[in-house]
Structure formats: C-alpha cells, structure tokens
Design a binder for this molecule. Structure first.
Ligand code: PHB
Length: 351
C-alpha cells in the first residue's frame, strides 16, 4: 500500500548490513522468511504467528505501520521471540508494553515532532494548523508537536485529520486556505506524503503558507513529489546530506548495490542489521543465549549513518534530531533541533 517503498528500503538496508558481515550472523548461516502485512493491522498478528509457529524463527524484524506493530508486539510478548522494530513508532512498544526481547532502532512517534515546534516558532510561525492521518502514528506525532509548539509560544488553531490511508485532501486544503494560519505542520509518509505535497502546491498554498512536518513527509518521495517539495522544512533523526565519512560510505554502498538512493528507512533497516550483528557476535551465533544477547544489544552504541546513537533503558534510540530543508531533491541539513533526544519511556517496566 502507501508504505510499500518504505518496506523495500528497510529490507535493503538490513540486508546490506548483514552482507557487510559476510552474510552470516555470529558465524552462522541465516534462513530468511518474508511476509507482507500491507499496512493492514489484523495481518500483524497473523504474520507474526506464522513466522513464530510455522517457521520457528529466532528473530522477527518489522514493521512499518504502528497499528500492525501492536499485533506483532502481542506475539512477541507471548512467545518471547526477539522482536526488532525498524520503523513503527508506536509509543506503547517501548513504554507501557516494553519488554526485554523488544528493541526499536528507529524512533518513537513523538520524537521527531518534539523538535519541530521550536524550529517553527524560531522561523516566526506562531499560529499553526496540524493535519495528519488519524491513527497511532499521526496522533502520537501530534503529541510531540503540541508539546514543543506550545512550549515555544505557538498556538495550534486547528487539528485536521483523515483516516489512514486515505488521500482525498481537497476539502481539508480548502479549510486550511480559509483558516489562514502562519504555517501548517503534518505527519504523512510514503505515497500519501508525495500526494499531499503535490496537492498542497496544486491548491495554491505553497509559497503562501509554509508547510512543515516530521521528516517522513519528505523521505523517499522527492522524485514523486517533484518541485512541489522544494523548500519544505522538517525535523528528523537523519539527513541525506550529513557530511560524515560514515554517512558517505553507507550512501555509496547502498546506491551501488540497489541502484537507488537511501533514505531514513534504509538507514533504520541498516541499523537494525548492525544491532543484530552486534548481539549475534556477542553470543557467537547462539541466539538462544538470550541473557547475553539482550545484554549486548542493550549496551550497544550503533555507529549509524545518522550519527552514533545509544539504546535507551526502554530500548529506543537516544539520538540527535536535525532540521532539514528540501533542496534539489535532497533533504539538506540546516541545523540541529535536539541533541541526544530520548523518549520518556513512560510506564516501561522491564520484566
Ligand atoms: C508508523 O505507523 O509508525 C509510521 C509509518 C510511517 C512512518 C513513520 C511512522 O514514516
């Protein structure tokens, strides 16, 4: 569905990290199983159960969509199988439902937007409209935005939403035009984000009311969105243009292997591979040695293309958040919005 390309980038990144270790985990061969959840929440439980019961996997890697992740989470908790989350930001996974066998290498849904509010007020936008898909990822992204924007002195004059994965934005864009805010902030991703950016410009709003978002808005969609995306400012834990040897070597390796440019999803997949490699090496490939495996992963510092990050006590990255602007089809870094930002992990009690 609208997130298909995100899944492709995550898988590519993950495989690249494993390949760079000779294609093995702690010296052992890997057997791969792959299923598609189509970002459809009921398929989370179904798929995870199949992988655990039929295929007897040692590790579940996935997924993109927060609603689907909640299903996988249930199976991970019940079965105790190691679960690595390479994207879905649903708070509960590393807050109230945190577990020793669940690790996230991406973000919580409110992490990128917690840095967005101040960046917007700093740029002079004091009255904003928020718009998103109404499901966990959008609602929790709003939590971060609301907190940061109001703390910086901004006022949210209206919250707009539509059901995931709908892309009929027209009526909502008409409403935004009538509300005349200083700026618009949003959470959209994947194919829906590309369409939102294009529709925003087609409605005549680009150049009149600046569009902001968590960085997913402009990840993996810059070709599809075209000139309508130029100039959009977002906050995110990665930027294409990070000028570090680590990012450059990753980008070169990814582009030459997959004939496409990496994005934040590719980085998250890659980091998931790095984390698993580190854990597997610590137990020489014996993933049944869970105590030692988890201990190694908990203490991990991941040397990521996004910059080095550490695992928080609730198993979510503590990471820098960049301010980026789209320029010539690239998310260029223009500032740092937050250093070593950790999610609260509220309600997490590791068993
Ligand atoms: C989510 O559902 O958690 C989600 C999906 C796509 C993103 C970010 C978060 O880009």
């Amino acid at each position: 569905g609208t997130f298909a390309q995100l899944g492709v980038a995550i898988e590519n990144g993950f495989r690249l990290a494993i390949d760079q270790q000779g294609g093995k985990l702690g010296g052992r061969e890997i057997e791969w199983f792959k299923v598609d959840d189509e970002s459809d929440p009921p398929k989370g439980v179904e798929n995870a159960q199949k992988l655990v019961q039929r295929d007897k996997v040692d590790v579940l890697v996935g997924t993109v969509h927060s609603g689907v992740q909640m299903g996988i989470q249930r199976v991970a908790r019940e079965s105790g199988v190691l679960s690595l989350i390479p994207n879905a930001g649903v708070h509960a996974a590393t807050r109230a439902l945190c577990a020793p066998n669940v690790f996230r290498t991406s973000f919580t849904n409110s992490q990128p937007t917690r840095a967005l509010g101040k960046a917007m007020v700093d740029r002079g936008h004091k009255k904003a409209v928020w718009i998103t898909w109404k499901y966990a990822a959008g609602d929790e992204a709003f939590e971060g935005f609301k907190e940061s924007y109001t703390a910086a002195g901004g006022t949210i004059i209206k919250e707009l939403g539509l059901p995931f994965p709908q892309v009929e934005f027209q009526a909502l864009l008409t409403e935004i035009a009538a509300l005349k805010p200083d700026a618009v902030a949003c959470f959209f991703a994947g194919g829906g984000a590309a369409k939102f950016i294009r529709d925003y410009a087609a409605a005549g709003l680009k150049g009149k009311i600046p569009l902001y978002g968590s960085g997913f808005l402009t990840e993996g969609v810059l070709d599809a969105a075209g000139p309508a995306a130029e100039g959009i400012v977002t906050t995110m834990h990665y930027s294409d243009s990070l000028d570090t040897p680590r990012n450059k070597s990753f980008r070169t390796a990814y582009a030459s292997r997959f004939k496409m440019q990496p994005d934040v999803y590719a980085v998250q997949g890659y980091d998931t591979g790095l984390l698993l490699v580190q854990g597997a090496n610590a137990v020489k490939g014996d993933l049944s040695n869970k105590a030692a495996l988890y201990k190694s992963m908990e203490g991990a510092t991941i040397d990521s293309p996004r910059g080095k990050w550490k695992m928080s006590p609730s198993h979510n990255p503590i990471q820098d958040i960049y301010v980026r602007q789209v320029e010539n089809k690239e998310n260029k870094v223009i500032g740092v919005a937050a250093k070593a930002l950790a999610d609260s992990g509220a309600g997490c009690k590791m068993a």
